[in-house]
Design a protein around this ligand. Structure first.
Ligand SMILES: C[S@@+](CC[C@H](N)C(=O)[O-])C[C@H]1O[C@@H](n2cnc3c(N)ncnc32)[C@H](O)[C@@H]1O
Length: 212
């Protein structure tokens, strides 16, 4: 087991607790939901404890951590143990693949994108939700990482522009983006409505892609 997966497994319960009644989670869900209807069948890669997969009604949640998946299963998510770099799904079998707060933790981001491309059908939709490295939230998480945070120390944060370049290099065309978390990380958390497009100040940006 990689050190990243070991860290998530050790902290699964604490990680999951953060979401309970959190206005930031609600804001993030609103942003993903603003991307439109979920196509079926859909998979979340790096689904963790299944908070997003359950809320969005995704068909499968994949993660390498059994401790994270145990909580996802309790939430009714069809949990699949596996890695983004080697998806246990056949070619062209899925209509949607989602990576939410997981892409920065992957060992091989290019391989994960090529695997997502392989399992998606010709009209398939790829959706990536990331912490924007260039935002105040991105800076906060980089500071946490630099001071040895047990989870964020493993993350490789990207800007939306870097993500678009990486996805393009793996055969994806950018379709649409929605941004949220314009609020300061220092203030009391509030529910926000998402805004269309990529905004440099947004802490969380959701981007969708289709296969070229
Ligand atoms: C920050 S959590 C995100 C979980 C969930 N998407 C959410 O937002 O609540 C990142 C997840 O990525 C998973 N992960 C780490 N390496 C992975 C890999 N190579 N393939 C798939 N998932 C991985 C971790 O186990 C963890 O559950």
């Amino acid at each position: 087991m990689s050190q990243i997966v070991e860290a998530f497994s050790r902290l699964a319960e604490d990680y999951d607790r953060w979401y309970e009644g959190n206005p930031l989670f609600e804001s993030e869900c609103l942003a993903v939901e603003a991307m439109g209807e979920v196509p079926h069948p859909s998979l979340e890669v790096g689904a963790g404890t299944g908070r997003f997969a359950a809320r969005l009604g995704l068909d499968f949640g994949l993660d390498p951590s059994l401790e994270m998946l145990r909580l996802a299963r309790k939430r009714g998510v069809a949990a699949v143990c596996g890695r983004a770099e080697e998806l246990p799904f056949g070619d062209g079998t899925l209509a949607g693949v989602y990576f939410l707060f997981a892409f920065c933790f992957l060992e091989d981001q290019e391989k994960a994108l090529s695997e997502a491309r392989r399992v998606l059908g010709p009209e398939g939709l790829l959706v990536l939700g990331i912490i924007n490295r260039a935002s105040a939230w991105g800076r906060l998480y980089q500071e946490k990482a630099a001071s040895g945070h047990p989870l964020y120390r493993w993350a490789r944060f990207l800007t939306p522009e870097e993500l678009v370049a990486r996805a393009s290099s793996q055969g994806f065309a950018f379709k649409r983006a929605v941004s949220t978390l314009f609020q300061s990380p220092q203030g009391p958390p509030q529910v926000e409505s998402p805004r269309e497009g990529v905004h440099p100040a947004a802490g969380f940006v959701v981007l969708s892609f289709t296969k070229t």
